[in-house]
Write a protein that binds this ligand. Structure first.
Ligand code: 5AD
Ligand code: SF4
Length: 460
């Protein structure tokens, strides 16, 4: 099947789901002879895997396409340009109309069809747009998984039925869909056999995952906690994480998993968006600030050293200074290790876009700065508290300086060490010697270390 080698350049925007999809597109295109190249100029096929979540992310698609058009012309028109991801899903027709240099548009649930689409454009026949929603069909059609490092994402859940009033995801990614436990475990085993040490289970609402137990395992339907236990039993899997979660799906069994499974990283990304009940209601989050705090309390009871991360939106329509202060109060109460904070971005077609009392840009800026200041101080405090500790670090890649390696602590803190080039792909124990608000510096004390070491140290 495979012809002469062809250059493939995929540029990925947005969330982890897009990172996963880009990897899978590489797997899909490999049998056609496509191999990754380092620059779009050298590529026969450029794929933009786009993000639609905020206005800025969407605008990037169109400015990037302008640049690619010029590159395509400079190369005599040989380059093929594909637009994938959530902007493709939401604005596929518009993209083809506005940017004739684009050869094809493929949505997040249709990229398994890339080979036939490429064949079609070569013949200059048929549709250049595929944006069907059948997630199940996609997973069945994808080829075996190839790893490109010691940590790998596995998509276990896609789509969202929550309909937060600010968010486009339910429209771009469709309804919630859970992959079968058997298929997920098979992908995890393929990866573990290739030397992958960390499996990150991902989904737009990953903790909404549910499914039948794998064949042969009797009992009722499974939730994410049981899936995590199952994955953690696969030989070679030393760490498991999951992201991103919704408070409503944080069930008791998943919380208990944090107490029971040594390989499960003591890290939870649980977006709250706001600390004001009035705003949470207008956002259709369907929980109060107190309910969120109660979940945090339960999670901390299960795993006292857990690192907590969140997402926040400032300047949602109608947000008053008092509402915003309630968000600051919630942040002070929880003490996060990391967080993302965004200014509310009005997304066409979502309920919040039509709400009265849109907040001034200047007010959004000012609130964002105050929130970030608090979150950054909390991140620094969290990181400072790990100085002097010995932590198992999973080294994933080379650092900026020669012989430096970069890895992640169990709490998802980036850790840099010197003399570490030989450690990439492994877990080694580092003593933390310095901290900034965004990363740690470590010194290797033991060239092997496991997740279980961290757990036993945490309770010591
Ligand atoms: N404006 C600003 N931030 C948004 N997010 C989602 N939609 C919007 C929007 N319209 C943020 C939320 C979500 C994260 C992925 O992006 O905080 O958790
Ligand atoms: Fe968007 Fe809310 Fe669904 Fe998250 S839970 S993807 S914020 S609609």
């Amino acid at each position: 099947m495979s012809g002469a080698p062809k250059g493939l350049y995929i540029k990925t925007y947005g969330c982890q789901m897009n990172v996963y999809d880009s990897e899978r597109m590489r797997d899909v295109l490999k049998p056609l002879g496509y191999a990754p190249v380092n620059a779009p100029e050298a590529a026969d096929l450029v794929v933009l895997n786009t993000c639609h979540i905020r206005e800025k992310a969407t605008e990037k698609t169109f400015s990037e396409l302008g640049k690619l058009k010029r590159m395509k012309e400079a190369g005599g028109g040989r380059m093929r340009i594909a637009v994938a991801g959530c902007v493709a899903q939401a604005e596929g027709d518009e993209i083809l109309r506005r940017q004739p240099a684009v050869d094809l548009v493929v949505g997040p649930q249709s990229y398994h069809r890339l080979p036939e689409m490429i064949a079609r454009i070569a013949r200059e026949t048929g549709d250049r747009l595929e944006t069907d929603f059948a997630a199940e069909e996609k997973f069945d059609a994808l080829p075996a998984r190839a790893s490109d490092g010691p940590s790998a994402f596995i998509s276990v859940q896609e789509g969202c039925d929550k309909f937060c009033t600010f968010c486009v995801v339910p429209y771009t990614r469709g309804a919630e869909f859970s992959r079968a436990a058997d298929a997920i475990a098979a992908e995890a085993r393929q990866l573990a056999r290739q030397g992958v040490k960390e499996i990150v289970l991902i989904g737009q609402n990953v903790n909404a995952w549910h499914g039948a137990p794998p064949s042969g395992d009797a009992g009722r339907g499974w939730g994410l906690g049981q899936l995590i236990r199952h994955i953690a039993r696969i030989g070679g899997v030393e760490r498991v994480r999951y992201t991103t979660s919704h408070p409503l799906d944080m069930d008791d069994d998943l919380i208990a998993t944090h107490a029971e499974v040594d390989q499960l990283a003591p890290f939870l990304h649980l977006p709250v968006q706001s600390g004001s009940d009035r705003i949470l209601k207008a956002m259709n989050r369907r929980h109060s600030a107190a309910e969120y705090l109660r979940i945090i309390e339960q999670v901390r009871a299960a795993r006292p050293d857990i690192a907590l991360a969140s997402d926040f939106i400032v300047g949602f329509p109608g947000e008053s200074e008092r509402d915003f202060e309630a968000t600051l109060d919630l942040v002070r109460e929880v003490r996060f290790s990391q967080a993302y904070a965004f200014k509310y971005s009005r997304r066409p077609g979502t309920p919040a876009a039509g709400m009265d009392l849109q907040v001034d840009e200047a007010v959004k800026e000012e609130r964002l700065a105050r929130l970030l200041d608090l979150l950054q101080r909390q991140a620094q405090t969290f990181n400072d508290a790990t100085v002097g500790r010995r932590l198992p670090v999973l080294f994933t890649r080379a650092g900026k300086h020669s012989d430096q390696a970069l890895g992640y602590s169990p709490y998802m803190q980036p850790v840099h060490v010197d003399n570490g080039a030989g450690l990439i792909g492994r877990i080694a124990e580092a003593e933390i010697v310095a901290a900034t608000m965004s990363s740690l510096t470590g010194r290797i004390v033991k060239e092997s270390g496991t997740a279980a070491d961290a757990a036993s140290e945490a309770v010591a």
